[in-house]
Ligand binder design. Structure first.
Ligand code: CO
Length: 137
């Protein structure tokens, strides 16, 4: 398996608006489009572009959001996951599982409109890692 490009770094935040304000003040950075809800992942999302990747700001959506616990432990927010592109999501899942990685659920459509899955941080050196099928343009 070949690791693709770093698509984004996921940053959990209690307020996307406050985080956008921080990126604007510190770097003059603008959001890549408007924040949007991703109900299948239980998060509200907004991207900030960098020259070679993106920051994915994620805010809890609903009471059972998977990032609610993270924010309980890290009330000001913080780095939550990294996301690598792979050419074929199902091949990547099968290969990682064959190597003993715990894949969290079935691939589902992520914030970029292509299928994604997550691997448990305990099997990735403590880093929650998302894999995303490279968008086909
Ligand atoms: Co992500």
């Amino acid at each position: 398996m070949k690791l693709g490009r770093l698509n984004h770094v996921g940053v959990a935040t209690p307020s996307i608006e406050k985080s956008l304000e921080l990126y604007r003040t510190m770097f003059g950075a603008k959001p890549h489009g408007e924040p949007f809800d991703l109900p299948t992942q239980g998060v509200r999302v907004c991207f900030v572009d960098t020259p070679n990747s993106q920051i994915e700001l994620i805010e809890p959506l609903g009471d059972s959001s998977p990032i609610a616990k993270f924010l309980e432990k890290n009330p000001m927010g913080g780095q939550h996951h990294v996301c690598f592109e792979v050419p074929d999501i199902h091949a990547a899942k099968a290969e990682l599982e064959a190597k003993g990685a715990r894949v969290l659920g079935e691939p589902r459509i992520g914030a970029h409109g292509t299928p994604v899955f997550f691997v448990h941080p305990k099997d990735m050196g403590g880093v929650l890692t998302e894999f995303m099928e490279t968008p086909k343009h």
